[in-house]
Design a protein around this ligand. Structure first.
Ligand code: FAQ
Length: 312
C-alpha cells in the first residue's frame, strides 16, 4: 500500500484494509484516548479480578485444586501486566493508571465486586466469568491496535485453560454429594446475571460502541456478544446438570438463538458507580498492595540507576 501523505488518510486506509495501527504510527487523539480508556479498564479488571478467587486459595480442598487456582490467579496478574504494557505503548504512564484506579477515576469490570461465598464460586467464575471474558476477547485479537490485539491472543489461550478448569471443577462437584450439587446450583444462581452484565450496557445505552466499532477496536456490539455467550452457555449448563436462573430463557427457532430475560441494568449502574457489595474492599486491598510495594519500586529504580552509572 502506498502511504498517502495525509496522515489521517493513511490511518483511515490502514483501518479500511483491516491492518494494524502500531504505536509509532500517527493516530487521532481520540483513538488513542479511547484505547487507553479500554485497555486500562481491562488491565485493572485483570488485577482486581485476582481478589475474589484469592479468597479461596488458603481453603482449597486439595493440593491439586490449590495448585490450579494459584496458577490461574498468577495468569491474571500476567494479563494485567501485558495490558499495562500495551497502554504504555500509547504513552500512558502505568503509575498514573494505578492512581486513577485507586482514586475511582477509571473503572474495572463490575463482575469483581461480587463476593465469593463458597468453593463452587471458583468453578463458576472459571466457567461463566472466564467464559464471558473469552467470548468478549476473542474478537479483540483482531483489534486494530497491534499491541492490544497481540496481547489478546496470549490472554485468550490462557483464559481457555481457566474456563476448562472451572468447568472440570463443577463437573466433579456435580458427580459428588447432594450438598455439593446444591452449592454449584446456588453459585450459578448468583453469578449468571452479573456474568451477562460483563458485556456492558445494552447497545442503545453504550456511548462508546459506535466509535470503537468504526475504529475496529471492538468488532461486535455488547448485545451481540451477550447473545453469543447465552447461546454458548445453555448447552454447557445442560451437560453439567444445572439450571440457569432465567424463566424467560428459551430457544427461538426463527432467530436461531435463545431468547432471554433482561438483566437488571439499575444494578449494573450501581455497581459501576462504586456501590456493589465489594467495591470498597477491592479498592482498599489494591491500595494497600500498591502502598506496600512502594519499596520494591524504589529499589528497582535505584538498581536501574546504579546499573546506568556502571555502564562504560
Ligand atoms: N463493568 O460504552 P460502553 C477479565 C463502562 S474480563 C464496569 O459499552 P465499551 C478476565 C464502560 O467502561 C473483564 N464498567 O463501553 C478475568 C464505559 O465507561 P467509560 C474485563 C463497565 O468500552 C476473569 C461505560 O460503562 N474485560 O478481567 C462495564 O464500549 C476471571 C459505557 O459502556 C474487559 O475489560 C462493566 N461490566 O464496552 C480476570 C474487556 N461495562 O469508560 C480474573 C475489554 C461497561 O466511558 C478472573 N473491554 N462499562 O467511563 C471491553 O470489551 C469493553 O470496554 C466493554 C465495555 C465491553 C467492557
Amino acid at each position: 500500500m502506498t502511504a498517502p501523505t495525509d496522515e489521517q488518510a493513511y490511518f483511515d486506509a490502514v483501518l479500511a484494509a483491516d491492518q494494524r495501527i502500531e504505536p509509532r504510527d500517527w493516530m487521532p487523539d481520540a483513538y488513542r484516548a479511547n484505547l487507553i480508556r479500554q485497555i486500562a479498564q481491562h488491565a485493572h479488571s485483570e488485577i482486581i479480578g485476582m481478589q475474589p478467587e484469592a479468597n479461596w486459595l488458603t481453603r482449597a480442598p486439595s493440593l491439586r485444586r490449590k495448585a490450579i487456582l494459584l496458577a490461574k490467579i498468577q495468569d491474571e496478574a500476567g494479563h494485567g501486566l501485558y495490558l499495562y504494557s500495551a497502554a504504555e505503548t500509547l504513552g500512558a504512564d502505568r503509575g498514573e493508571l494505578t492512581e486513577w484506579l485507586i482514586s475511582g477515576r477509571q473503572k474495572y469490570s463490575s463482575i469483581f465486586n461480587y463476593p465469593t461465598l463458597n468453593f463452587a464460586d471458583v468453578g463458576v467464575i472459571g466457567w461463566l466469568v472466564d467464559g464471558a471474558a473469552i467470548c468478549n476477547q476473542v474478537p479483540l485479537c483482531r483489534s486494530s491496535f497491534g499491541p492490544y490485539g497481540r496481547a489478546m491472543i496470549r490472554v485468550c489461550k490462557e483464559e481457555s485453560f481457566h474456563q476448562r478448569q472451572g468447568y472440570e471443577l463443577l463437573m466433579t462437584m456435580m458427580r459428588g454429594t447432594d450438598a455439593q450439587r446444591h452449592m454449584v446450583q446456588e453459585a450459578v444462581d448468583r453469578w449468571w446475571w452479573p456474568a451477562l452484565m460483563m458485556f456492558g450496557p445494552p447497545d442503545g445505552d453504550s456511548p462508546n460502541t459506535e466509535r470503537s466499532m468504526r475504529w475496529r477496536i471492538k468488532r461486535h456490539t455488547n448485545d451481540e456478544l451477550r447473545q453469543r455467550f447465552v447461546d454458548m452457555s445453555v448447552p454447557q449448563a445442560e451437560a453439567l446438570g444445572v439450571t440457569l436462573p432465567d424463566p424467560e430463557l428459551s430457544w427461538n427457532d426463527e432467530r436461531g438463538s435463545h431468547d432471554f430475560g433482561e438483566p437488571d441494568w439499575a444494578e449494573l449502574s450501581q455497581v459501576i458507580a462504586g456501590n456493589g457489595a465489594c467495591n470498597a474492599q477491592r479498592i482498599e486491598v489494591r491500595r494497600a498492595a500498591h502502598e506496600g510495594g512502594a519499596w520494591v519500586r524504589e529499589a528497582a529504580a535505584a538498581f536501574a540507576d546504579k546499573n546506568k552509572e556502571m555502564r562504560p
